[in-house]
Write a protein that binds this ligand. Structure first.
Ligand code: ADP
Ligand code: MN
Ligand code: MN
Ligand code: MN
Length: 333
């Protein structure tokens, strides 16, 4: 069984299955191009509705077990142009043009589990939980909910070879985070999208919804981000701090352009409160969680390492984030 997965028009994933003959080790180029009805997903008009699925990455299927596979696919229109929501195609070109810099990314995916009333799972009906404080990295009933989803998702990622590097309960009751990375180039977007598919798929088994919204609850509750950690070959070795500071200079004038790529409804989250920098200005600092970009203390102390772009929203497309970081810093393609 091959589960073809694609990114839809709403920033979610969709999938459908087909049977393949044999059980060889499939690579993307061995797999058939497939298609779906794009008029049902807002990805194509009704009178020309076929959207093509071109396989681009293959993973062992953690739900059905090997030799079954998960096939991440790019969406292409019938006229041979990339679909409007196919951000991978352009991202891959930028990664290839700048491969000499060996860009590594590590994304921190925050998300909120929702009950069927669309409020965070475990929140009292018609009321609110106690103020934030006990929930971040919390242990125990009343502090965290649905750890079974978190654990099953972690194992699903490991089984599939997705480089999940950790997980933790978040500040808002019902919110969690996992990290994927470091991944080089285009594989960052691929792996994050597959990890999101896995999370939605696992939560489905528990009858729980996953919200990727950056501000699931208005008011004095933390939002959800997709902190994007970044380094190049030059930043990771002695003298790297110089390259990190240069990147800050390159990113500053591209602030508005970057924000456009960093997810919907992000203005609700980037208020300058709740451990965020204001959406209005580009700021950076060492160990400061109220800035657009944070240089980890360890990186500043060693003089090389990576930086953390804290601006992207939890619902941002990783292909768009990783691409704009590269073009802002290197200006190529
Ligand atoms: P935080 O302290 O912001 O919560 P996390 O531990 O949640 O940080 O996430 C850190 C992320 O940074 C991980 O995804 C990790 O893979 C990534 N990372 C670590 N080193 C590098 C590096 N040199 N380049 C890019 N990403 C890195
Ligand atoms: Mn984190
Ligand atoms: Mn976090
Ligand atoms: Mn972070």
């Amino acid at each position: 069984m091959a589960e073809y997965v694609w990114v839809d028009a709403t920033g979610g994933t969709r999938s459908k299955s087909r049977t393949l003959e044999g059980d060889k080790e499939y690579k993307p180029e061995d797999l058939p191009v497939w298609n779906f009805d794009g008029s049902s997903t807002d990805q194509a008009p009704g009178d020309n509705s076929d959207v093509y699925l071109r396989p681009c990455a293959v993973y062992p299927d953690p739900f059905r077990g090997s030799p079954n596979i998960i096939v991440l696919s790019e969406c292409w229109n019938a006229d041979g142009t990339p679909n409007k929501y196919n951000y991978r195609h352009e991202c891959a070109k930028v990664m290839e043009a700048n491969a000499e810099h060996e860009p590594w990314f590590g994304l921190e995916q925050e998300y909120t589990l929702l009950d069927h009333d669309d409020r965070p799972f475990g929140w009292p009906r018609g009321g609110f939980p106690a103020p934030q404080g006990p929930y971040y990295c919390g242990v125990g009933s009343g502090k965290v909910v649905m750890r079974d989803i978190v654990e099953a998702h972690y194992k699903a990622c490991l089984y599939a070879g997705v480089k999940i590097s950790g997980t933790n309960a978040e500040v808002l009751f019902g919110q969690w985070e996992y990290q994927v990375g470091p991944c080089e180039g285009i594989s960052m977007g691929d792996q994050l999208w597959i990890s999101r598919f896995f999370l939605s798929r696992v939560a489905e088994d528990f009858g729980v919804k996953v919200s990727w919204h950056p501000k699931p609850m208005a008011g004095d509750w933390n939002g959800a981000g997709l902190h994007s950690n970044f380094s190049t070959k030059e930043m990771r070795v002695e003298g790297g701090m110089k390259h990190i500071e240069e990147a800050m200079k390159k990113l500053e004038p591209h602030h508005v352009e970057c924000i456009k790529e960093y997810g919907e409804d992000n203005a609700l989250r980037l208020t300058g409160r709740h451990e965020t920098g204001s959406i209005e200005h580009f700021t950076w600092g060492v160990a400061n969680r109220g800035t657009s970009i944070r240089i980890p203390r360890e990186t500043a102390a060693k003089g090389y390492g990576y930086f953390e772009d804290r601006r992207p929203a939890s619902n941002a497309d990783p292909y768009r984030i990783t691409k704009i970081l590269m073009t802002s810093i290197f200006g190529k393609l």
